[in-house]
Design a protein around this ligand. Structure first.
Ligand code: FPP
Length: 234
């Protein structure tokens, strides 16, 4: 039995397109329903003991999708931030966005800054939204930042520890995920939290993200609590 006062769940939300196509709807209808599920999971998470939630909303590879779909997903974030902000604040949810935000459209970047500023002092659930995020890009960013410190003479290579390296990651300050979930019947990690998921318990589900419910999350937490995590020990 695992007992812990903190519980970080990270989710690859896959299957939106298939959910929509199955219903004869355009793919973007799946993303819209997927966003509603994000809302419901954020509301339910604290009651299930989840203290941090990191969700993969848009990957560095997702730019390869048709421009209309890319624009829809990114602007869905903007629309939802505006709609949900008062509720997020009343639920004490602190929102951070991880990823390379420099490449995001200006209005999306503006929304990211607004939501981070307005929720910065919230002391409830940590909601980390991965937007234009890639695990390798995150590790490269950290390596470059440390290399720059070495060149500037404020660090030396011998100083580098795992903790120090972690402090240069976009997700710095958050404990590593305990649980990584992927929906959509695919058993891949798809460049998500490559450094951080070293000891995470993995759950690959056949359920499509728009069909994911608070009860699904509750089932995962329950199974996690009965797993014996050894972190390399016996
Ligand atoms: C993968 O499904 C899903 C995405 C690339 C986008 C996920 C985004 C959301 C759920 C909306 C997030 C919104 C907020 C407010 C954070 P897919 O399109 O690859 O599905 P498929 O594998 O069935 O084609």
């Amino acid at each position: 039995m695992t007992t812990s006062s903190r519980l970080h769940v990270a989710i690859v939300m896959d299957g939106n397109g298939r959910w929509a196509i199955d219903r004869g709807l355009p793919r973007v209808a799946g993303h819209r329903q997927g966003a509603q599920v994000v809302h419901d999971i954020v509301a339910a998470a604290p009651g299930l003991g989840v203290t941090a939630l990191t969700i993969f909303a848009f990957s560095t590879e997702n730019w390869k999708r048709p421009p209309d779909e890319v624009s829809y997903i990114l602007h869905l974030f903007v629309t939802m931030v505006k709609k949900w902000l008062p509720e997020l604040i009343s639920r004490h949810v602190r929102v951070r966005v991880i990823g390379d935000r420099a490449a995001l459209p200006g209005d999306v970047r503006g929304s990211v800054e607004t939501i981070e500023e307005r929720t910065a002092s919230c002391d409830g659930l940590h909601l980390n939204v991965a937007l234009n995020y890639g695990g390798r890009a995150e590790i490269l960013h950290a390596a470059r930042t440390f290399a720059a410190a070495c060149v500037a003479g404020t660090a030396v290579p011998e100083d580098l520890t795992e903790d120090r390296f972690g402090s240069f990651l976009w997700l710095a300050g958050e404990e590593s995920p305990d649980i990584v979930v992927r929906t959509g019947a695919e058993s891949r990690v798809s460049n998500f939290l490559l450094w951080e998921m070293a000891y995470a318990e993995l759950f690959f589900l056949d359920v499509l993200w728009p069909d994911f419910t608070p009860a699904t999350l509750g089932m995962i937490v329950h199974k996690f609590n009965s797993r014996n995590r050894r972190f390399g020990g016996s």
